[in-house]
Design a protein around this ligand. Structure first.
Ligand SMILES: [Zn+2]
Length: 309
């Protein structure tokens, strides 16, 4: 069973929704690293949220959620591109003791110095173009609350999220009230003004356990069987890491020749592991010399033995 994202629309209303199941991708993230349950729950929920937001945007690029924590969690990163390819990782501080009932505030905002940013990085950047970055205030105790508040402030859009993740499953539901343009729904007839309240009220009956244990199409039916709902073509999120030898080479080049030469003198060669997928990259003295001497980066990072003509 592959991961699924299902968009839907309440007929004759200004309410749209999305359900997502990214359990398969989520288990792949955890193959590389096992996290304490509280960290797992939060990272899995962020991943579900990233897929929901990404599918909701008309944006060709990567949505990046990044939390720099000041507690036992140092860093959490989730990325989702326009084709719903996801990757995620978390870094804990050394010797961190994380109980199962720790709160989000204790995890990432212990001293009020945690930072949460959502970045939209366009796929086809023109030179000098900066990615768009929004700061998400850490003013709640669930990922859903943080993002709901952020969406209200930054987009002035009523958005509600229900997220749940454990070691096996990561699922989410998003409801959004579209801006009212003169009381007319997309179909042209009078909009069903109460649809938003009804859809939210019904979703509030959904427990975390139910969200974790139920297929999303079953959930959709169970919640809204009395409503007329239009469903769209389902999409399929999946785990994918975008790391490459070329990108690692680029990163090394940005550190500068002096820094790299020092590291080579100490270590003989540079070993880099991708935090997202575990892929291992080695750059020896020859590789590094090429990195700084060849005119274009893509030439410098050709794997040994391959020639470009
Ligand atoms: Zn990778």
């Amino acid at each position: 069973m592959s991961d699924t994202l299902q968009k839907f629309m309440f007929d004759n209303s200004l309410v749209r929704g999305e359900l997502v199941d990214i359990s398969e991708a989520w288990r792949q993230v955890q193959l590389l690293r096992a996290y304490p349950p509280a960290v797992s729950a939060m990272l899995g929920e962020m991943m579900a949220a990233a897929a929901l937001l990404s599918a909701n945007l008309k944006f060709n690029g990567t949505l990046i959620m990044q939390i720099h924590g000041d507690g036992p969690v140092k860093l959490m990163v989730v990325e989702c591109d326009a084709s719903l390819k996801l990757r995620a990782t978390a870094k804990l501080s050394e010797g961190a003791h994380i109980t199962d009932d720790i709160t989000l505030q204790q995890l990432v905002n212990q001293h009020g110095e945690g930072r949460f940013a959502i970045t939209l990085d366009p796929a086809d950047k023109v030179p000098g173009q900066q990615p768009y970055q929004g700061i998400v205030p850490l003013d709640g105790n669930s990922v859903a609350t943080l993002i709901e508040n952020y969406m209200m402030r930054s987009e002035q859009l009523d958005t509600k999220l229900w997220l749940a993740a454990d070691l096996q499953f990561a699922r989410g539901l998003l409801l959004q009230k579209l801006p009212d343009e003169g009381g007319k729904a997309v179909g042209g007839s009078e909009a069903d003004a109460d649809a938003w309240n009804r859809s939210v009220m019904l979703a509030e009956t959904l427990s975390r356990e139910e969200l974790l244990s139920t297929e999303i199409m079953t959930l959709l039916q169970r919640l809204y069987w009395e409503e007329t709902i239009r469903v769209f073509e389902p999409r399929h999120p999946a785990f994918h890491c975008s790391c490459s030898r070329e990108k690692v080479g680029n990163m090394l080049k940005m550190l500068g020749q002096e820094e790299i030469d020092d590291a080579l003198a100490d270590l003989g060669k540079l070993e880099i592991n991708c935090d997202f997928c575990g892929q291992h990259y080695t750059f020896d003295t020859v590789d590094c010399t090429q990195l700084f001497s060849t005119p274009t980066l893509s030439e410098a990072v050709q794997p040994p033995g391959s020639q470009q003509h």
